[in-house]
Design a protein around this ligand. Structure first.
Ligand SMILES: C[S@@+](CC[C@H](N)C(=O)[O-])C[C@H]1O[C@@H](n2cnc3c(N)ncnc32)[C@H](O)[C@@H]1O
Length: 259
């Protein structure tokens, strides 16, 4: 049985021979996830009972990706990593440069190729944790940056939302925009729970929309509402030092946990 969802009052499931088994429904949309992350939706009408697929008329076929570990892992395996700057993000570098205390606990979620972590190491920071959900990526990071040579860097393979630890600073660089927007509230809450009192999230967020996603866009007003519930918004302003391709489309943030 495939994973499926539906709403309204139609219930059903796909049998291996491609027959949609339904119990009853009237004028409802049903859908199911096919492998490859395609959500296929169908229009059902009348009371349906064990109708073969051909009696249902497909009205929408939308592509919704399931942004799980396999999805991100494949992006690395297939080398479709258009977000990768090949260097630490300039706004984050400038932010890091003004940090005085090099022993603070820093987390980089959805770290990708770890450029910001390498920059932190270069600058003498001594307690850096990175986490990414793509095992192929983290395996290659562990090979490149083995813990006996880089004891100040901890590489975790896993889901940010399962992290149980506390940090002074979280650096955000194209992680928020990679998550399904339905997770935004959970992101803000989780950030709040993993920061120590007085801890901060700093980095960049997109201030523009995209067709589809990831990346998923957003705007300053939305961020003010979302993060204002959990943090004091020290900085939320147009970034002045983004890479050329992102000039004018990012805001720099520094949000502080003060509750
Ligand atoms: C758009 S990429 C950005 C990578 C890196 N920050 C950069 O800018 O190059 C998003 C990253 O988040 C990771 N990711 C997505 N969902 C995650 C989750 N729930 N927990 C941890 N990492 C996740 C992906 O594997 C991917 O490496």
């Amino acid at each position: 049985m495939e994973t499926w969802w539906g709403f309204g009052n139609l219930v059903g499931f796909w049998k291996p021979d491609g027959v949609l088994e339904t119990r009853w429904g009237f004028g409802n949309l049903v859908g199911f996830w096919k492998s490859g992350g395609i959500l296929e939706t169908w229009w059902g009408f009348g009371n349906l009972e064990n109708l073969p697929l051909k009696f249902l008329h497909p009205i929408i076929l939308i592509s919704m990706k399931k942004l799980d570990s396999d999805y991100w892992n494949n992006r690395y395996l297939e080398n479709t990593t258009g977000w990768d700057l090949g260097e630490a993000s300039p706004p984050l570098k400038v932010y890091i440069d003004q940090l005085k205390n090099k022993s603070i606990r820093i987390l980089i979620p959805g770290c990708g190729n770890c450029y910001e972590a390498l920059y932190l190491l270069e600058k003498g920071f001594s307690d850096i944790t990175v986490i990414d959900i793509a095992p192929a990526l983290t395996a290659s990071l562990q090979k490149k940056l083995p813990s006996d040579i880089y004891p100040n860097l901890k590489i975790i393979t896993g889901d940010f939302f399962s992290l149980e630890d506390q940090f002074d600073l979280v650096l955000e660089q194209t992680f928020f925009c990679a998550l399904d927007p339905s997770l935004r509230e959970a992101y803000a809450k989780k950030m709040h729970s993993i920061l120590k009192p007085g801890g901060k999230i700093a980095g960049v967020l997109f201030n523009r929309e995209f067709e589809g996603g990831p990346p998923f866009g957003g705007n300053e007003k939305e961020y003010r509402i979302l993060f204002g519930k959990y943090f004091q918004l020290n900085i939320l302003a147009q970034s002045y030092n983004s890479i050329e391709a992102r000039i004018g489309s990012e805001v720099f943030i520094e949000f502080e946990k003060n509750l």
